[in-house]
Design a protein around this ligand. Structure first.
Ligand SMILES: [Mn+2]
Length: 320
């Protein structure tokens, strides 16, 4: 991977703004905070600001997560703007005006759809995560334990703990180097990936209990109503990861998770194991995603959606 050192990128900049995409995930928060920590630790004479939309609770323990800001109406102009893990300019959301005002802009990303919206673009679709690319742009010796924690969390989240096919030998190597920085990696993985609070466990249990198999056990589906959510005191974010739990059922290729939103819309989440292209199916409903993970939101009765989805899956199976 050919990427200049971050140290080179920021050399002529006294003020640097760092931002990621709206509704940031672990890789977005991890890469942004890693860059923020790296710059503030190694270049204390420079000003660095990090802008993100709401940081999910599970990532707020990361070093300097409390420094994350929302851009105000009048933000100071930055000499350099670093956009991380962000596939297009609009997804910078409230940080977009800061981007437009900045003297120079750089984009570091791994989304294949990224067309390169900054002055300088470093887009590596084969990289597991933005955090992995950011690591490559850092001088290994200048990475502190704090920066390593952020990078490790970013990589863990985008690779499903070094499991998804985006994980390369280099990803594992970087994981090893970051471990060498003294991070508490078992605890980090648990906190950001596996740990659920009691409400999340209860709503997962409810989903599994209500699930059924379809298409001779090839598909699994479950449906959570607003009544279920209210009874267990769950919110939308408590449903994260549930569809993957359905998907890992033995013999299942495709998992369908439906949940009723407050306004009565039904949110569809789809996952597949090996060959069903769920992005194609989600596209029928104006949704999108990847071949193995996709979703959409619709205004239809759950039983209608379910039978349509099963039919679409069955058709793909026949083409196999
Ligand atoms: Mn990412």
């Amino acid at each position: 991977m050919m990427i200049p050192l971050l140290d080179e990128m920021i050399r002529d900049a006294d003020s640097i703004a760092v931002a990621g995409h709206i509704r940031p995930d672990g890789d977005c928060v991890g890469s942004c905070l890693a860059v923020y920590n790296y710059i503030t630790e190694n270049y204390p004479q420079k000003t660095c600001r990090v802008y993100l939309d709401h940081v999910p609770e599970r990532f707020r323990f990361l070093p300097h997560a409390d420094q994350v800001k929302h851009p105000g109406k009048k933000e100071k102009q930055a000499d350099l703007f670093l956009a991380l893990d962000c596939a297009d300019r609009a997804r910078l959301d409230s940080a977009e005006p800061v981007f437009l005002e900045a003297k120079k802009t750089v984009c570091i990303d791994h989304h294949i759809s990224n067309e390169g919206f900054a002055d300088e673009n470093y887009i590596f679709p084969d990289a597991s995560s933005a955090s992995q690319i950011v690591f490559e742009a850092m001088q290994t010796d200048a990475i502190s334990k704090e920066t390593a924690e952020c990078l490790y969390v970013g990589i863990v989240c985008d690779t499903g703990v070094f499991q998804y096919s985006c994980t390369s030998a280099r990803t594992m190597e970087i994981g090893g180097i970051l471990m060498g920085k003294g991070i508490n990696y078992p605890r980090l993985v648990d906190r950001v990936f596996f740990e659920k609070n009691f409400t999340q466990k209860k709503i997962l249990g409810r989903t599994l209990e209500k699930s059924s198999l379809y298409l001779n056990g090839h598909a699994i589906a479950s449906y959570i109503t607003q009544a279920d959510m209210k009874e267990l005191g769950a919110i939308g974010a408590d449903l994260d990861g549930i569809v993957s739990e359905l998907r890992s059922t033995k013999g299942v290729e495709t998992a369908i998770f439906l949940h009723e939103e407050k306004n009565g819309d039904i949110k569809i989440s789809l996952r597949s194991a090996e060959y069903i292209d769920v992005a194609k199916i989600a596209a029928n409903y104006g949704g999108g995603g990847h071949a193995r993970a996709a979703g959409a939101t619709v205004k239809l009765a759950p039983d209608v959606i379910l039978s349509e989805l099963c039919e679409a899956i069955r058709q793909q199976m026949e083409q196999e």
